[in-house]
Design a protein around this ligand. Sequence first.
Ligand SMILES: [Zn+2]
Length: 284
Amino acid sequence: MGWNQNTVPKSYVALPAVGRIQAKGPEAAGLHDRILPGRITGTLTFDIVAVDPVRVGSGRPERVGGDKLVPGIVFGPGNQPVIPGSSIKGMLRSLAEALGGGCDTQDCRPPCVVCALFGQISGNRQLMGRIGFGDATPPGKKDVRLSLASTPRGFRPRRPVGRRWYRPVQAPDAKKIQQLAVTPNSRFRGRWQLVNVRPDELGLVLTAAGFDGSFLPRIGGGKYAGLGRVRFEPVEARLRGDYRTGRWTVLSGEDLQQHIDQWRKAWKPPEGANRVLAVLRGKA
Ligand SMILES: [Zn+2]
């Protein structure tokens, strides 16, 4: 299996995945040259609320309580903690791959459905994604609090072991180290940029983000130790009408929730997706 069984956390479970599904039609080419009718173009603003302590590590030590140094987290402008867009993209892409028939390779051409949406760089070829993720930052100064999370030493398989999923942790292991994290209920606000996204494609990403309410995705480090569960909450959508009218629609509250439910239901789970969902929901 490539790693010492004794080091595998008890919360680990291998996440199954739907087999690769080829992108069809104009999606395979990128669709960036004009705004298409019947597609979603604009921005969606979401809050990401920490349910567990969340730790997106910076790889740098931070000084806490005088001269004590602990592994730090990513800070942005104004010395505020941020969740980088790349972390949000990584989390959602990985789950969208497993659920939607994405690939797990560097060289996917013609692109699969997930590379066609999230983009892909392969050699000197680049396929621009139609969904982009900005950094998520605290909407107000008091929305994020820092604390120290005690976690067992990092779990690093010696070889890639496929997609991993971690169940809630009952009894954490013994040897621990302290690391900087944000506390539960910390809130970050971020945006997704959409260009010519089909409703079912957005539905896949919303499902990966846990919008059906049946599971919480995990972000950042220490997942094996019970860190990182987050809840997405919709804030606002600004959607462009077709290119002839050029009008924008702004949605929030109940209107936005209804649109999110519609987009989510536009995604029809491919064969095997229910097995993946069962693992995410802790029912397999
Ligand atoms: Zn692919």
